[in-house]
Write a protein that binds this ligand. Sequence first.
Ligand SMILES: [Mg+2]
Length: 283
Amino acid sequence: MKKSLYMATTALLILVLLTACSVSEPKRVLAELAVSNSQIYENNINSILWFQKSGETRALYYQAFNLADMVVEKTLSEKTLAKKPAIVVDLDETMIDNSTYLATLALNGIEDLSYWGEWNEEMKATATPGAVEFLNKAVKKGVDVFYISNRYWENIESTQRNLIKLGFPQAEESHMLFRDKTDGPSKESRRQAVSKTHDIFLLMGDRLGDFSDIFEKPDEKNRNKAIDASKDKFGAQFIVLPNPMYGYWIDQAIDKDYPNMTAEQKRKARINVLKVWETDLIK
Ligand SMILES: [Mg+2]
């Protein structure tokens, strides 16, 4: 009797395990597909892994929002602002995390932003660690938040629903300044629009253009000069978040034709610009 009960339990366990395996089937199919296109998928996989899996990424977000909280405290207690205080934040990879979308694209060898609309509609972007808590705390202290994003206006409703679902404050159209299809990536005119009614004392983003157009330089030397000239503002007025997955640094800084290159050309272009240790020890 005991033996038959044991066998029945074992059979049930095997069935549960088989069912679990069949649930994970799509992921394995995705990985197999990717192998045939491995050069493309390897272009970004380490960056996405670092973003998703490293404790350092998580800690960096907390570090940034803790620092931002100190800036809010200091500003409100020490400064007299002429207008209502405001924080300007970017959305993607600053307040919300799209890395699972990017991972699925990478595994399928897709390098453009295909299915972006569908991704937004599903509202699966998650909040970055500490983002929701920080903004709610700031709003309670009387600070207004403006979400200045380079998402297009057509994505505003789905983005708004996603932000509300995650608990972000002031996720309403008057606080969300998105990009017109005809506009470039500059956010300057949108920052100026906010400045008409508010004193922007803090900006947060994963791209230097989230802070000022002065960093939008075509070459690395001049861009670094602009950063050095503003060094006192980082951590005080500008707070930068980590994004190794995409951005100006790879789209244009490596080679102006980089976005149009094949996977193999991209690999070579990346190797060409690496700063290396000049040594006779390694041949
Ligand atoms: Mg961003």
